[in-house]
Design a protein around this ligand. Structure first.
Ligand SMILES: [Zn+2]
Length: 313
């Protein structure tokens, strides 16, 4: 897949969309896909697609391909090859070695109840142990008492004290799977991503990711966090909460509703136009300042008529 922007309009902007194949796209992931696509294309940038398939127990057979088909039907064309995180394990292992060689991480076998008893901010109990656990252990990266902030493109300033608010965090899990925080940082650097537009639920991961970028000498991309869509029980739409898959047969209506949910003002009659034509309009008129500065918006924004009855794949 490649975009047909003329060479004269290329820029250094590299954006990405990074779904997990735990299910088909739902209204929430659609919004993140559309927002990241439009921000990239309106900046004459590239829009990469990364499949975050690092957690086999949570993945659903066929979901990755279904996501690709849905994006195609919606007219969301990515640039270059899809990067599958499952092919990147050696790269993550190498980074883990680097951190270990610099004494920036350590083994921890604390249990969930023990961590709850610490008030959910890990207190570094295993940092100083002389007898590191040998069998089942997570690997945590050392954090410091330092404020890490972002000037979010949508939400404005956001910051955490990484040591006090988060504490030493897990970069490889007890089940030996690489943690999201490590993989995403390694791959954003590998793919030279300059702009990350994604859901608000990830804003509190961002200081962790920046702290890893600093330890590894990577540059920090720009971030923008768009509202996530919640159901009528206030839960983020997700496979775990049985969010219905979007029905890409309704591509025109879905794109129209997504643009509205993102605070854009597509002409009312453009609902009759193809998804591709609406996206072309939206690339010309994209205004990230118009995206609601909210943590979440209700799923009634993207109505039931666009939702497939066959929610399970
Ligand atoms: Zn521990």
């Amino acid at each position: 897949m490649s975009n047909s922007s003329p060479a004269s309009q290329t820029s250094n902007y590299i954006g990405r969309f990074a779904p997990s194949p735990t299910g088909a796209l739902h209204a929430g992931s659609l919004l993140a896909a559309v927002a990241s696509y439009l921000d990239a294309k309106s900046n004459q940038g590239k829009w990469l697609l990364r499949m975050e398939d690092l957690d086999p127990p949570r993945e659903i057979a066929g979901a990755a391909n279904q996501i690709l088909q849905q994006l195609n039907s919606l007219g969301l064309e990515w640039d270059g090859e899809v990067l599958y995180q499952s092919t990147r394990l050696d790269a993550y292992e190498l980074i883990l070695q680097q951190l270990s060689n610099k004494d920036l991480c350590y083994r921890c076998d604390c249990t969930r109840p023990q961590i709850r008893a610490m008030g959910n901010v890990y207190n570094g109990a295993c940092r100083q142990r002389s007898n590191a656990p040998e069998n089942e252990y997570a690997i945590r990266v050392k954090t410091a008492d330092v404020d890490i902030g972002i000037d979010d493109l949508v939400q404005g300033h956001y910051q955490q004290n990484i040591g006090k608010d988060i504490g030493d965090f897990v970069i490889r899990r007890k089940d030996r799977l690489f943690a999201y925080q490590l993989a995403v940082v390694v791959d954003d650097d590998y793919q030279k991503v300059t702009h990350i537009i994604r859901g608000f639920d990830l804003i509190d991961s961002t200081p962790r990711q920046i702290s890893l970028q600093r330890l590894l000498g990577f540059s920090t991309p720009n971030y923008g966090h768009i509202p996530v869509i919640i159901n009528d029980q206030g839960q983020k739409l997700s496979k775990q909460h049985f969010a219905p898959a979007i029905d890409s047969n309704n591509a025109s209506q879905l794109i129209f509703l997504a643009l509205q949910a993102l605070g854009q003002s597509p002409p009312a009659n453009s609902q009759q136009e193809s998804a591709q034509d609406q996206l072309s309009w939206a690339i010309q008129h994209w205004d990230i300042q118009a995206v609601p500065k909210l943590a979440n918006i209700p799923d009634t924004t993207i109505q039931d008529s666009t939702i497939s009855d066959t929610t399970q794949i």
